[in-house]
Design a protein around this ligand. Structure first.
Ligand SMILES: Nc1ncnc2c1ncn2[C@@H]1O[C@H](COP(=O)(O)OP(=O)(O)OP(=O)(O)O)[C@@H](O)[C@H]1O
Ligand SMILES: [Zn+2]
Length: 574
């Protein structure tokens, strides 16, 4: 960018000056390249986690191969202290696994048979046999690396603005230099102007901060899709949360089982209590469902209960499930949704519903062939880290926290009170969540939505920032969320916002440094105080100051430790 000065200096016969300028130019370029490379090496740290070899069992023998040579379905063996080379599930053994490479969580996770493991994580103690499911480029680690690479390339709005500015500014400087020459016939002055006004520091001010911010976040298990989202995340004013699985553990338990009089048995042979009959019908209706309430019904039944499965079913997002079985229609869902699908709603049911709601439980009603047969009440616990995590989020400057839920108001308020969330919008259908987000945007500005992405997809897409939690292992979340938190940890939201704010500040500082330097130098040239070599030197120094300032983001205190501290899971280091 400053290359034009060398022939320029030669032309005016200032040989010493031309040598000095050449030296500074080469040195500056070298330092700039080196620092940028170091910033990107945050990514190399991640790459270094990919193990070089993997032990697989083939025809009874243990063979050592490269990670991408493992076939999905093969058994991989990991010894204590070994790095896991594939994504997969544990076939045998148990171990404490350090997943910090993926999730940023410093505390090892205890894992055993049937649990999922990720390439790049380390088994601390136990011996493990793992069924390979994702290998080579098809692992969470590989996806993270790819995402971060893409994100660091994507331009932030400020950067695009600055590039437009530079496109206009550079010709303006040339015109100014020509004008200065025309007026003064002073070639050194004109050339000095040309050289020092070049917007080098300004052009790298934003990318250096964005690359550092995204790299630093990735090391803490926070994937930010690009500079644009980093900038937007730094401006978040309101955060909306889905309830189940986001603010709560997403593992509800059946607390209340209220069958109504005359509930039929599943079959003539079934000789059971009404309470069990109700659970059996509910389990049949939920047999094809992924919904947390469906899993809760399953857990409420004895482990050896193997009831019939629905022949066919249909889910109504935010409403419930309608299943078909041997010509019968079995339905479970929100009382108001089911209310429209049954012939009558007896007084006994209304009273039972009131009862369950008063306890703050989530209610699902069950109907068979259009007749209401009973009600179920569920309770879910808030996440252990939730209270601290929301406090930390408020501390970053996000003043408005809102719960958006399809559950009814009494249950939602019980959870909200425990969490210290004042604003609750209950009984929402997926499209009403979307409208609620639009209202938040109008009233408060930049709005983020945190959700599971199943029936919150429209709201997540409408929000300025869609945040997915516990994204490790779910490639859809990694691909679609604007911010994907690898760990299933609410504390990461405050970290992400904090990091984004730090990056925004850093960008602003860099822009100010760059502009002040150019303005100061221009004034100096006109006052005849600054000459080419000196001006060139100061200009090059300003580029380095900007680079070093951006690099500070990389060294931001370990985010993961701060969040663990905030969640009360780590004692502060003495
Ligand atoms: N499969 C199902 N089984 C039972 N009830 C269901 C089912 N699907 C939906 N419901 C009912 O609809 C309500 C809202 O459903 P859903 O979980 O889809 O919405 P949500 O807004 O994501 O809720 P939350 O805020 O609790 O996550 C539930 O509280 C429940 O009463
Ligand atoms: Zn939900």
């Amino acid at each position: 960018m400053t290359g034009q000065s060398i022939p320029g200096a030669l032309f005016i016969g200032e040989y010493w000056e031309s040598a000095a300028v050449t030296f500074l130019f080469v040195l500056g370029g070298y330092l700039e390249a080196r620092t940028l490379a170091r910033t990107r090496s945050a990514l190399k740290d991640l790459l270094a986690l990919a193990p070089v070899e993997v032990v697989v069992r083939r025809e009874g023998d243990e063979v050592t191969v490269a990670p991408h040579e493992v076939e999905p379905g093969e058994t991989v063996i990991v010894r204590p202290g070994g790095r896991i080379g594939v994504d997969g599930s544990i076939l045998g053994g148990r171990a404490a696994i350090d997943e910090s490479a993926i999730t940023g969580e410093p505390i090892p996770a205890e894992k055993q048979e049937a649990d999922s493991v990720f390439a790049g994580t380390v088994s601390h103690d136990g011996y493990l046999e793992i069924r390979a499911e994702g290998v080579g480029a098809d692992t969470t680690l590989a996806r993270i690396i790819q995402r971060v690479e893409e994100a660091q390339e994507a331009k932030a709005p400020t950067q695009r603005f600055i590039e437009r500015f530079a496109a206009w500014y550079t010709p303006a400087i040339i015109v100014m230099a020509l004008g200065a020459y025309a007026l003064t016939r002073d070639a050194p002055l004109a050339l000095t102007l040309l050289v020092i006004a070049c917007p080098g520091a300004l052009v790298i001010s934003t990318p250096i901060s964005v690359i550092a911010g995204i790299g630093r976040s990735a090391r803490g298990g926070i994937l930010i899709k690009g500079g644009e989202y980093l900038e937007t995340a730094g401006r978040i004013r309101a955060v909306a949360f889905d309830k189940t699985g986001t603010l709560t553990q997403g593992r509800p338990e059946v607390m209340t089982v209220t069958p109504l009089a005359g509930i039929p048995a599943l079959s003539a042979a079934e000789n059971t209590q009404p309470r069990q009959r109700l659970l059996h019908w509910a389990a049949l209706a939920e047999s094809g469902s992924e919904h947390p309430l469906g899993r809760a019904v399953e857990r409420a039944l004895p482990a050896d209960y193997a009831g019939p499965r629905a022949d066919d079913f249909e889910t109504a997002a935010g409403g419930g499930i309608s299943a078909r079985w041997r010509g019968r229609r079995v339905e479970i869902g929100r009382p108001d949704w089911l209310g429209e699908r049954v012939d009558e709603w007896p007084d006994a049911a209304a009273a039972a519903l009131e009862d369950i709601r008063e306890r703050g439980e989530t209610v699902a009603a069950v109907a068979v062939d259009g007749a209401l047969v009973g009600l179920l009440g569920f309770a879910d616990r808030i996440r252990p880290e939730a209270v601290e995590a929301l406090k930390a989020l408020r501390a970053t400057g996000v003043k408005r926290l809102v719960m958006l839920t399809g559950d009814h108001a009494a249950s939602a308020r019980r959870i909200a009170r425990e969490l210290g969330i004042e604003e609750v919008q209950a009984g929402l259908l997926p499209e009403q969540k979307l409208e609620a987000i639009e209202t938040l945007q109008r009233e408060s500005g930049t709005t983020a939505m945190v959700g599971d992405g199943i029936n919150d997809a429209p709201a997540l897409a409408t929000a300025d920032i869609g945040i997915a939690m516990g994204a490790a292992g779910t490639d859809v979340a990694i691909e679609s969320a604007d911010v994907a938190l690898m760990a299933d940890d609410l504390g990461k939201i405050a970290e992400a916002v904090g990091m984004a704010r730090a990056t925004l500040n850093n960008i602003r500082q860099n822009v100010v440094i760059a502009l002040l330097t150019v303005a100061g130098l221009l004034a100096g040239v006109f006052a005849n105080e600054v000459h080419m070599a000196g001006g060139m030197f100061i200009h090059q120094v300003s580029v380095l100051v900007v680079v070093v300032n951006g690099m500070r983001l990389m060294r931001a205190r370990p985010l993961r430790q701060r969040s663990a501290l905030a969640a009360g899971r780590l004692a502060p280091a003495a």
